[in-house]
Design a protein around this ligand. Structure first.
Ligand code: ZN
Length: 382
């Protein structure tokens, strides 16, 4: 427990509160970027490298990389946290009771992801204060994670020198995420033909009816233990007396198996194609043919790390050193780490202690953030 003793819990608490009370909604991360630049600058970091992702993400700033020179004999590591927070997140006031942090109740707290940032800053402070030798380190702060991993998607992996790293961005404590599904986003447009519903319905083609038939056939919900599909929104039609001309359906497919992801996406497409192809004009008066536009966008790729991968082994060794049991888990959601893994940078996601995230009941304990800092110190050390 030597490492735990080096941590200044009160300093960590104050850093965390200051980070949380700095507004950082997605695309408005400028103030947070300035604050971490100031805090890490005080610790001897060079001014950060800021990439040009802002033009793509629409954020006030790009992704930031801070570099800390370390022992050249050790494998360089990067750590990743996102700067942004989900709404409602303006004017956050942190409440501290028995060293549990919450918001006042009208906003989120922001421990997602500022618990990770606070632990990183305390880690560096301790390294410097105690003059501990450590691996060469890079801290990568991304923008717009909460609105679709936009910063990570616009990030070029060659901008990092480290070839493996850790995202500090998961709920609970004592767990590491080693797998997460891939996700395809679907945008399905069915075009029919508008007509007066009372006077000439036979001239029209009802897009809502076609959508209904296709949706009844298409797989949806849980497909198997590693695969799901969902139709989340459906919009279309203009008025009750007009044969519906167009329907747009948004959905998604997720799987831990890239093959199943492709297969299920194809099955859904086939269900829609079949309905459109098999349509036939009941009385021969329809003014046109139905059309289908089936758009598939890769939202994020699969993340699959193995217990024997260096990035996991190194973490397991560090966790044993500080006496923190580390569960290997598979998650259902996507995060910046999916993108990094997909681009050839093995990245494990470490839980920071945050709970009830994306709600006004969000909370984190100083105990968990302290233990996270100890884990990070063990991880970066010689
Ligand atoms: Zn997060």
């Amino acid at each position: 427990m030597q490492l735990q003793k080096m941590i200044n819990r009160e300093r960590l608490a104050q850093t965390f509160i200051r980070l949380c009370e700095t507004d950082s909604p997605s695309r408005k991360e400028g103030q947070m970027a300035a604050l971490v630049t100031e805090m890490l600058g005080d610790l001897g970091a060079e001014p950060p490298f800021e990439d040009d992702s802002a033009t793509e993400t629409g954020s006030e700033c790009g992704n930031l990389i801070f570099r800390f020179v370390g022992d050249p004999n050790l494998e360089p590591l990067f750590f990743n946290c996102h700067l942004d927070t989900v709404e409602p997140c303006t004017g956050i006031k942190v409440v501290r009771k028995d060293d549990i942090f919450t918001s006042l109740g009208e906003t989120i707290l922001g421990s997602d992801d500022k618990s990770g940032i606070a632990a990183m800053i305390e880690t560096l402070t301790v390294l410097q204060e105690k003059k501990l030798s450590h691996a060469p380190l890079e801290f990568l702060f991304t923008t717009c994670e909460e609105i679709g991993l936009l910063g990570a998607k616009a990030f070029k992996p060659e901008q990092l020198q480290a070839r493996m790293g850790y995202a500090l961005d998961s709920t609970g404590f004592g767990r590491v995420i080693i797998g997460a599904p891939a996700c395809n986003r679907l945008r399905i447009t069915i075009k029919g033909v508008a007509a007066h519903a009372g006077l000439h319905p036979e001239q029209g083609i009802n897009a809502i009816t076609l959508a209904g038939k296709a949706l009844a056939m298409a797989p949806c919900g849980r497909i198997d233990e590693e695969t799901t599909a969902n139709f989340g929104t459906l919009q279309g039609g203009a008025a009750s007396n007009i044969v519906a001309e167009e329907v747009v359906i948004e959905g998604e497919v997720r799987s831990h198996s890239p093959e199943k992801l492709d297969q299920l996406t194809a099955e859904i497409k086939q269900a829609f194609s079949l309905v459109i192809e098999e349509w036939n004009d009941p009385v021969g008066e329809a003014r046109g043919l139905p059309e289908l536009n089936f758009q598939v966008d890769e939202d994020f790729p699969v993340m699959q790390l193995a217990p024997e991968d260096a990035v996991i082994q190194r973490l397991d060794v560090a966790a044993a050193r500080v006496g923190i049991p580390m569960q290997h888990e598979v998650a259902g959601g996507g995060s910046d780490a999916n993108i990094f893994n997909g681009r050839g940078l093995p990245t494990a996601i470490i839980a920071t202690g945050m709970t009830h995230v994306h709600s006004t009941a969000e909370q984190v304990s100083l105990e968990d953030m302290t233990n996270l800092t100890a884990l990070l110190l063990a991880l970066v050390g010689s």
